[in-house]
Design a protein around this ligand. Structure first.
Ligand SMILES: Nc1ncnc2c1ncn2[C@@H]1O[C@H](COP(=O)(O)OP(=O)(O)OP(=O)(O)O)[C@@H](O)[C@H]1O
Ligand SMILES: [Mg+2]
Length: 399
């Protein structure tokens, strides 16, 4: 196993999963002169277009993963749903950053919540439910309504069910695919925030400014950096930074750790969940900070000195979902962009996903502002223009 010294530009970075996060990490790695390989089941995955090679294999194929790792100087991830066998096989042949143990803990929501609780980190009341009986008990104990979330494999709110009463246990169990789950009371949220920390093997760590995020139907719609001061006071920011620092140090993190946070209407702060990789709520770092999360990801896993994360200017992003594409827009030609692109400071980020589907993240827009509010207004107005164009196209008779 190659370990212990910086992995220099020119070496090979392997990424398990070639989605948009892998793609943007690969773009940053290329700019540093690294070579990049990804492993992904889809030969046309978003990273495909910016990497040296793309190995097509399932994310549970340990043999393929071992072969892949043999050709890499370091391996990192863009997805969580990797089988234990794959993580183990990779670790045998290349440094896996973040480590197998962190990834195994995080990929199971029940294990993750229990780990957080047992290490004294703030989490809202929850109960693991391994089967229908324990799910029924959990629903009878926790305050209603409750989120029931499958323990493994969910993202963008998939594999979740909101139960209004204990009598919905069976419906919830079916909705999560009859799989081990966790149950949490629905909190009365004032705001959703996130924090991103990078730590390199030598122990150096850096924390990006805190993001304010907006979800609808359990999916991230927009995010702005920094969270305005009327939402995150300097003392709350200090508390959140302390939390991130403690998490990274306790985990001996090598790479990135995003921490999704809930701020309740009663002023309590809870950790929703962790992600040990770049995160959708920090895409704005590309515009707002002196380094992007992707550049920092590369530096952290290669054990290079971490980049400065100072805020240069507020920036916001808004996600673009497949709903904005027309059925015939297969490939990359999306929407009528002309008007949206006239919004000051606007930038388009497309992931080159071949098949637009409603709810699928196809790209995002970013914009800068004198204030966070202005940056947010800009991306939202650009989105409005795209939507208006889309509605006009739908109205146009095709004959
Ligand atoms: N206990 C809760 N109380 C209130 N809202 C919640 C709760 N759990 C989840 N949500 C809402 O649903 C969103 C998605 O939840 P969660 O992060 O658990 O799902 P996910 O599938 O992992 O999503 P993602 O992939 O976007 O992180 C949260 O950001 C929040 O808006
Ligand atoms: Mg989440």
């Amino acid at each position: 196993m190659k370990d212990g010294k910086p992995i220099r530009p020119g070496s090979v970075i392997g990424i398990l999963g070639g989605g948009q996060l892998g793609r943007m990490t690969a773009m940053a790695a290329r700019s540093y002169g690294y070579r990049v390989q990804v492993l992904d089941p889809d030969p046309a995955c978003p990273a495909r277009f910016v990497v040296d090679s793309c190995i097509s294999a399932e994310l549970h194929d340990a043999r393929a993963a071992a072969g892949f790792a043999r050709g890499c100087d370091v391996v990192t991830i863009d997805v969580e749903g990797l089988s234990p066998d794959v993580l183990h096989a990779v670790s045998a042949f290349a440094p896996l950053r973040p480590s197998e143990s962190i990834l195994r803990m995080i990929q199971d929501r029940a294990a993750q919540k229990s780990w957080l609780q047992s290490h004294g980190f703030p989490v809202a009341p929850f109960a693991p439910a391994a089967d229908l009986d324990t799910l029924r008990q959990a629903l009878a104990t926790l305050a209603m309504p409750c989120f029931v979330k499958c323990a493994r494999g969910g993202y963008d709110g998939r594999g979740q069910y909101i139960a209004q009463g204990a009598d919905e246990a069976e419906a919830a169990w079916q909705a999560v695919g009859e799989r081990p789950s966790i149950v949490e009371s629905k909190l009365r949220l004032a705001h959703e925030l996130s924090v991103l920390i990078a730590r390199r093997p030598s122990g150096e760590q850096r924390i990006f400014p805190i993001a304010l995020n907006h979800h609808a139907e359990r999916v991230l719609r927009w995010s702005v950096l920094p969270a305005p001061q009327d939402v995150v006071s300097p003392s709350l920011a200090a508390r959140i930074d302390q939390l991130a620092g403690d998490l990274a140090a306790t985990l001996k993190l090598e790479g990135l750790l995003a921490v999704e946070l809930f701020l309740t209407q009663q002023g309590e702060l809870f950790i929703n969940e962790l992600a040990a990789r770049p995160h959708n709520t920090f895409h704005a770092t590309e515009r707002a900070c002196s380094s992007s999360q992707f550049e920092q990801h590369v530096r952290a896993v290669c054990d290079l000195p971490l980049a400065d994360v100072s805020l240069l200017r507020p920036a916001a992003i808004v996600n673009l979902f497949g709903d904005l594409w027309l059925p015939e827009d297969v490939g990359n030609a999306p929407l009528d962009l002309a008007l949206a692109l006239t919004v000051p400071t606007l930038r388009l980020h497309l992931y080159e996903k071949r098949v637009p589907r409603p709810g699928r993240k196809m790209g995002h827009l970013s914009a800068l502002g004198e204030t966070s509010e202005q940056a947010l207004r800009r991306v939202l107005s650009a989105l409005q223009l795209l939507r208006a164009e889309r509605a006009k196209t739908q109205e146009t008779p095709t004959t």
